[in-house]
Ligand binder design. Sequence first.
Ligand code: F6R
Length: 364
Amino acid sequence: DKGNHRHFMLKEIYEQPVVVAQTLASYIRPVEQKVALPDMSFDLSKIERVAIVACGTASYVGMIGKYWIERFARLPVEVDVASEFRYRDPILLPNTLGVVVSQSGETADTLAALRHMKANGVTTAGIINVPTSSMAREVDLLLSTHAGPEIGVASTKAFTCQLAVMAALAVNLARAKGKLAEDEEREIVRHLLEAPAAINAALAHDAEIEAMAHTIAAARDVLYLGRGPDYPLALEGALKLKEISYIHAEGYASGEMKHGPIALIDEHVPLIVLAPSGPLFDKTVSNMQEAKARGARVVLISDAEGLAQAGEDAIATIEMPSVHPLIAPLVYAVPVQLLAYHVAVAKGTDVDQPRNLAKSVTVE
Ligand code: F6R
């Protein structure tokens, strides 16, 4: 049932404050302000490296997880798309935690990668939305996302719930490895618990995003830029736009602009820049200005501080609430999803059932 929403995708975008809160609630002890994973049959403190395997949108959760796990737990993390991982004879050293991320829990390549890891003695965890799925049954540690059924083919609420679980895993690993003091953990938990309200604040910009959708819908190509954990989000923005509006889009790490993609820039190519204020902001803005000097029409998605500094260089801005960098990807996911949605509606495509795509890819 779509409720009063026109499409399942929009309904699911709007469910995010509630389902992210539900997901966080099952991994956070609010009184102690600590993260807690379910009981597990192995010792997290013995883990020395992490290998994350997933496809599509779920693989971007893996890439964001790499930033978080390396930063907080100081463990090396490898991220692979499952179709590459399973055929490249990966080196699986002892004390690796293999992590699969999947909404359906049935994606053929991810399931095969999970089985490959298990067959090679790797301890596995799965960030999975469908609790009855094959992956959910086969992982050593099931980390459920509580997004509820996702009907729209383009993944939205599963993505932000997967990020919430990934953050909890990163914090738990950090504590197990002795890399996180109690007060630091409380601080991170406090920020994580702010995510649902911040997602809500991001949703309040829906009408503005809808108003700019016609401009983007007229483009043939769109570029997305981001740095750090917002780079995978640029990839997610581009994927979402391609999937449902059929506009060609690419996501790039901001710093990679001048190594090639800048050749594409002219006044016909909108550039969506994801840049929360913080230590990386100035660098991304200088990349944005390089593009602007070549005629790019920039849409800047940032917070009040960032927009005050660089908003004048953009043809349009979307103001996000000011949030801790840790939770920024959960919040900046919202404008990225809404933009793809409204552009697709403006183009008149079948938003919930895009051509050539299936909700669950059970063949390789
Ligand atoms: C994009 C999308 C796909 C899936 C991918 C993995 O919107 O939905 O890229 O993320 O097919 O699917 P799951 O998560 O079911 O393994």
